[in-house]
Design a binder for this molecule. Structure first.
Ligand code: ADP
Ligand code: MG
Length: 605
């Protein structure tokens, strides 16, 4: 007797269910996709106990006749794919013919469907076997009831989380599809409570307001760019409105909900370092391209795609968002700075970490006497206005469309002109659209941050040689990180040699941080780089930590009087950075009172 045998269909379906159906939200996803594929104008989802006890999805789509209803429960039965070539140009959300049999294999399943009003079929399935088929009078459309999910698969059941967690996943799936199809009515009910009620909406903004509230929409910037075979449209949040999770990112490729590294990377790049690590912008993005350029058949749940020309898609997405962020409107008005966006208006986690670090490591004069090393360059703010550099920066910023700068260039008198300083801490300025209020400390941090990063990228960081090199003893893990990231440390301005055993000899540090204890700084940065999971993020967090530390240290403080020239120079420097609306910690650094707002306040409008 051979040991190999062919699995029967019920078992195969159960195995497939493991891939397709991970949790109640996956059932909702598959059923909602089917409803959309069937051309539904209205989709209602009702769940009980986080979807574990019951999920009912009702639509008013095409429905099925009796034969199709029975066939739909067969494995690999689909109306959406006929020939192999179809897979290249698939326009429907489903195509594998796996969802219904997989779901039915792990639940109590009831399908009611009618292709026309009044003529319907009901099919009842228990653990993958059809147990009853009845004729019924039903309105056109389909209702699928999935109850006691995984009750017959205890191993799976164990992995289900609390009702509230499962419900959160379901809500997210419904939100996603409701965003992708503003013209379709969506309703979600859980345990008798209405969670989503979204009547057909004319525009995406209206749909977003239905789902997330009007204030959320007001804080978003429109994104739109078409280039080559790729069209991108949607909405993107301002950098100052970041969130601690990706929950407000909804990415669609040809209407299909995806999680995709190419897209998330493009978004990350577009925001650049306006977004502190661990914070994410709200982004609702639709990428449309020739179906032949994207392979959707790479994942059982169809949530991943593979782009044929990924680089092109990446760049269009990046440029689309960067463009939206750089238009003049990116400077928020007072009413657009939602206090709720950052909890209590406080700095982000990264900002707090940087602040804590600074408290712990108050600057001490470098014991080696490096400060007398003949360099007349102090890393102090005012010295940084070297005209040739500033001018070069301004050109670069103009090329990528810095908003302040662009505004300043618009017509005569359209400059951000410094008017006064308030409480030795805030610069009041005006431009052609209103009154700007600039946090001088945050603004200068941003300026120093950008310069230092630009210098690091061009291997031109200013270095302070230590007159008396310092030996630093390192732990084994610190040594490993230093070896791994040696190039990056050198690029940032550190110079060091192995000094036998566990010690290195530190010969130079970045001039920007020469006031800090070099050994303490090096250790801190090694710790930071070591905590990062990937090499790329190690480099990024290293730079970020070094630069925020240095910039924060070197920047003009709050409560520091500035003369008119100093104020204007800071505004000009800021305009030249290309990222003028947040400090490196992600806090807003400027807002505008528009002329309109001012006039409204005085009842002149
Ligand atoms: P797929 O969506 O990959 O084709 P499914 O198992 O999800 O596979 O569905 C099988 C078939 O059942 C579909 O191709 C479709 O013809 C039919 N079907 C499923 N759900 C619906 C629905 N809500 N309305 C109309 N037809 C449906
Ligand atoms: Mg399907």
């Amino acid at each position: 007797m051979g040991r190999i045998h062919v699995l029967d269909d019920h078992l195969i379906n159960r195995i497939a269910a493991g891939e397709v159906v991970e949790r109640p939200a996956s059932v909702v996803k598959e059923l909602v996709e089917n409803s959309l594929d069937a051309g539904a104008r209205s989709i209602e989802i009702v769940a009980e106990a986080g979807g574990k006890r019951a999920i009912h999805v009702r639509d008013d789509g095409s429905g099925m006749d009796r034969d199709d209803a029975l066939l739909a429960l067969e494995r690999h039965a689909t109306s959406k794919l006929r020939r192999p070539e179809d897979l290249e140009t698939i326009a429907t959300l489903g195509f594998r013919g796996e969802a219904l049999p997989s779901i039915a294999a792990v639940s109590r399943f009831l399908l009611r469907t009618a292709p026309h009003d009044g003529e319907g079929t009901e099919v009842e399935v228990r653990a993958g076997k059809i147990v009853a088929v009845r004729e019924l009078g039903l309105p056109r459309g389909t209702t699928i009831a999935v109850e006691r999910l995984f009750a017959n698969v205890p191993a799976r059941c164990k992995f289900l989380r609390a009702d509230s967690t499962e419900l959160a996943h379901i809500t997210r799936v419904v939100t996603h599809y409701a965003l992708a199809h503003p013209d379709v009515r969506f309703r979600l009910e859980h345990a008798g409570r209405r969670l989503i009620e979204a009547p057909p909406a004319g525009r995406l903004e209206e749909r977003i307001a239905q789902l997330k509230g009007p204030a959320f929409v007001g804080a978003l910037l429109p994104v739109e760019l078409g280039r080559g075979a790729v069209q991108v449209h949607g909405l993107a949040g301002r950098p100052a409105e970041s969130l601690p999770r990706r929950t407000a990112q909804h990415l669609f490729v040809n209407g299909r909900l995806v999680q995709d590294r190419v897209l998330t990377h493009a978004i990350h790049q577009a925001y650049g370092n306006t977004m502190p690590s661990g914070r994410y912008p709200a982004v609702i993005l639709f990428v449309d391209l020739d179906p032949a350029l994207v392979d959707v058949n790479v994942h059982p749940q169809k949530t991943e795609v593979r782009f044929r020309r990924g680089g092109e898609v990446h760049d269009v997405v990046r440029d689309a968002i960067a463009g939206a962020l750089s238009v003049a409107g990116a400077i928020p008005t007072l009413s657009e700075l939602r206090p709720g966006a950052l909890p209590g208006g406080r700095p982000s986690a990264a900002g707090e970490a940087a602040a804590r670090y600074l408290e712990l490591h108050e600057p001490r004069p470098v014991a080696t006497g490096a400060a007398s090393g003949g360099s007349s360059h102090r890393a102090s703010p005012a010295v940084h206005g070297e005209p040739p550099r500033a001018a070069a920066g301004a050109e670069a910023a103009a090329a990528d469309g810095s908003s302040l700068l662009r505004e300043m260039e618009q017509g005569s008198g359209a400059t951000a002109r410094a008017l006064a300083q308030y409480r030795d801490s805030y610069i009041l300025a005006q431009d052609e659209r209103g009154l700007l209020i600039v946090d001088q400390h945050a603004a200068q941090e941003r300026v120093l941050f950008e310069r230092f990063l630009a210098d690091a990228d061009r291997d031109r960081v200013e270095v302070q040689r230590l007159m008396f090199p310092q030996t630093v003893e390192l732990a084994a893990d610190e040594r490993v990180v230093l070896e791994q990231e040696a190039d990056e440390f050198r690029r940032l301005g550190f110079s060091f040699e192995p000094f036998g055993g566990d010690t290195v000899r530190l010969d130079a540090v970045p001039a920007l941080v020469k006031e800090l204890d070099p050994a303490v700084l090096l250790r801190e940065l090694l710790g930071e780089a070591g905590r990062s999971r990937s090499a790329r993020s190690a480099v990024e967090s290293l730079r970020y930590r070094l630069v925020t530390t240095a910039a924060c240290k070197a920047a003009i403080k709050i409560n520091h009087p500035l003369n008119p020239t100093g104020m204007q120079r800071l505004l000009d420097d800021l305009a030249a950075t290309g990222n003028p609306t947040t400090c490196p910690h992600g806090r807003p650094l400027v807002f505008r009172l528009t002329l309109e707002e001012i006039e409204r306040a005085f009842h002149r409008r």
